[in-house]
Write a protein that binds this ligand. Structure first.
Ligand SMILES: *Cc1c(COP(=O)(O)O)cnc(C)c1O
Length: 394
């Protein structure tokens, strides 16, 4: 029996069904692999963020098992009470050395790392200058901080400077914040220009490297390394949930900034830390990044092959420069139909519409990984071509 007070939620869902925007969750029945079984169908998987195949890497798997056997399945407390284990500290040390920064702190996810950090370091008298396509976790952190939010058009350095100039004389801390790689477009932030602006106008520079961790820079060190801006970005966030293969988010900064987060970042204070197995897997992943650079090489080789194929077929792939390549179709219902056609034909590429991307910019999003074979990617292109022609997208 539906409860009367929840009827409006049913109405909303029916509205989504009517608009053909209702989506069922796809259920993965195997490991997260380049060819995997979702909802009973074996498909070429172009929807995971498992860039390097580390979700199933033998070394990570082994370390997770060992850590579980030695330390149990849970940490049993938040970090600030009894939930800081030796292995959590070892992971943070490892990350700080990898990123060549003073200190790092790990959160439960990239989402909580962003939201928790922005909220902690700013207050209502401060001002945030934010790219319009920044990730939802940044937006939520900005809102939670109660700082004033100034949004500039995507990657527009002139517009960004205009905002910084307008607020130059105002008191309060200023935070300039951007994604490193934009998750829906696959393009890279103009970080050298942004850093120069932050320096000129005395703003804190913060970057969210979720899709660049393990993907860009030497051995996957991220956009700061990619652009050789070491020491010039105040706060770097990365994720442990995508290329790193497990779960979590990290924040890199000065030792004092990190210790400040211990005292003020709400997800750190009020939500339980990772199980030892997660920390152990992440530790192993950073070893793999250093030991197996060929993984990142094949990620980029596959990216080049697939992106060229999509362009040759005449798809609109937007501004992508990374393994994330959108195929933009415009209408959200069409994007979802395209995705369903592809799935039936053996390719999983998620349809994405409003509110994840602006109205009229709906798309399917493809992500290739290091572990796709050329045969799989060539077959995926054939299937995309057939479905694209059938729906008159190309
Ligand atoms: C995925 C993503 C996050 C969140 O990371 P999780 O570890 O999955 O919580 C944050 N920012 C960006 C840009 C992302 O793409």
């Amino acid at each position: 029996m539906p409860k009367a007070q929840l009827q409006y939620l049913t109405d909303e869902l029916n509205h989504l069904r009517h608009e053909k925007l209702y989506q069922r969750l796809r259920i993965l029945e195997t490991e997260q692999l380049p060819v995997a079984k979702f909802d009973g169908h074996k498909v070429i998987n172009l929807s995971s963020n498992n860039y390097l195949g580390l979700t199933t890497h033998p070394k990570l798997r082994q370390r997770a098992i060992e850590a579980t056997e030695r330390f149990g399945v849970g940490s049993g407390a938040v970090r600030t009470i009894a939930g800081t284990m030796t292995i959590h500290m070892a992971l943070e040390e490892k990350i700080a050395r990898f990123k060549n920064v003073e200190a790092a702190v790990v959160f439960q996810s990239g989402f909580t790392a962003n939201a928790g950090t922005v909220q902690a370091i700013l207050g209502k008298d401060d001002i945030i200058i934010s790219d319009e396509l920044n990730h939802a976790s940044i937006i939520d952190g900005c809102r939670l901080s109660r700082a004033e939010i100034k949004v500039f058009p995507h990657k527009d350095l002139d517009a960004c400077e205009k905002v910084l100039k307008e607020i130059a004389a105002r008191p309060g801390h200023k935070l300039l914040i951007t994604d490193g790689v934009f998750s829906m477009e696959g393009d890279i932030a103009p970080l050298p220009g942004l850093v120069a602006l932050a320096e000129r106008y005395g703003a804190i520079m913060m970057i969210d490297d979720a899709h660049s961790s393990g993907v860009l820079g030497k051995n996957g060190r991220g956009t700061v390394d990619h652009f050789n801006l070491h020491g010039r970005v105040d706060i770097q966030v990365g994720t442990l949930s995508k290329a790193v293969g497990a779960l979590g988010g990290y924040v890199c900064s000065t030792r004092d900034a990190i210790e400040f987060l211990y005292h003020r970042a709400r997800p750190f204070l009020f939500s339980t830390s990772h199980p030892p197995s997660v920390a152990a897997s992440c530790l192993a992943a950073f070893e793999v990044l250093d030991e197996e650079p060929q993984l990142i090489q094949s990620l980029w080789d596959n990216t080049k092959f697939f992106k060229e194929g999509l362009k040759r077929l005449g798809f609109n792939t937007g501004m992508s420069e990374t393994p994330i390549t959108p195929v933009i179709v415009g209408d959200a219902a069409l994007a979802h139909q395209f995705s369903r056609e592809l799935f039936e034909a053996g390719v999983f590429a998620q349809g994405i519409g409003f509110p994840t991307v602006p109205k009229g910019k709906a798309r399917i999003r493809t992500i290739v990984t290091a572990t796709h074979t050329r045969e799989e990617l060539a077959l995926a292109l054939e299937i995309l071509e057939a479905a694209g022609k059938k729906l008159k997208i190309i």
